[in-house]
Unconditional design. Structure first.
Length: 260
């Protein structure tokens, strides 16, 4: 693939800084320019008492689901500190291969993981997730988030609790940086990889009414994230799969369209 595929193409990446390095490197390796504009920042909880109490009862659970790599990196160190070892009878599940890979770094093996799209719906479709009647399940996640995973598992007969081990904040107060870049022809696309980040983006862009956001392409990695901006009439492209390689292809397609 030509290294100049994204030459002259400027992309704002809205992921937390620590999670955007690989994608930014891919964009740059193909001639593109990146702007770090994190719309979510992962921070510790103000109080871990409730989370720590959940850890002390972990032997009572059959399955632990980790909803993100953040849940792994925020939760597993405290788990090992409190329990000294992973409960031997506890089954683990991860929302996708990146999260599973992070779990493996802490010594977890035999992890249930979706094989195609990496979201709650795909995890719920696994055969093991269809047979959870009378099972006790604990979901490691940040404060808040989607409820479909817990609600569906409960409807299948499971008891579900949350172990919330971090919180997400929006570090941006306005979109002046993005607006200024667009006016200087230095912003053609924005990568958004969560519905929460998309809501933040549209909020600071005046619910998508600002001229600049109407003239950039929003590249997302799931149809669910595309719903709100499409309702607003914005330009959206959806990557064909999860992962940085698929997002790179989405950006290349966006760049091609912008040049025609």
């Amino acid at each position: 693939m030509p290294e100049s595929t994204l030459s002259g193409f400027h992309v704002a990446v809205t992921r937390p800084i620590a999670q955007s390095t690989k994608l930014c490197d891919l964009i740059k390796s193909h001639g593109g320019q990146t702007i770090s504009f994190p719309l979510i920042e992962i921070v510790s909880l103000d109080d871990y008492d409730d989370f720590d109490q959940k850890l002390l009862t972990l032997d009572n659970y059959d399955l632990a689901i980790f909803i993100s790599s953040n849940a792994v990196n925020q939760g597993m160190p405290r788990l090992l500190t409190h329990l000294k070892k992973i409960p031997p009878t506890l089954q683990f599940a991860a929302i996708g291969p990146t999260t599973a890979s992070e779990l493996q770094k802490f010594g977890v093996q035999d992890i249930l993981t979706p094989e195609n799209r990496f979201d709650s719906e795909s995890l719920l479709a696994l055969p093991a997730m269809l047979k959870v009647n009378a099972k006790r399940i604990i979901i490691f996640r940040g404060i808040g988030g989607r409820e479909i995973l817990a609600n569906t598992l409960r409807s299948r007969g499971a008891t579900v609790d949350f172990a919330e081990c971090y919180q997400r904040i929006n570090p941006q107060t306005n979109a002046d940086v993005l607006s200024g870049l667009w006016q200087n022809k230095q912003l053609q696309a924005i990568v958004v990889t969560s519905s929460e980040a998309m809501r933040h983006l549209l909020d600071i862009a005046g619910q998508g009414e600002a001229d600049w956001i109407k003239n950039v392409t929003l590249c997302v990695n799931h149809a669910r994230i595309a719903e709100l901006p499409l309702e607003t009439g914005l330009k959206v492209m959806i990557a064909e799969a999860s992962g940085d390689a698929a997002m790179l292809q989405c950006l290349i397609e966006a760049a091609t369209h912008s040049n025609t």
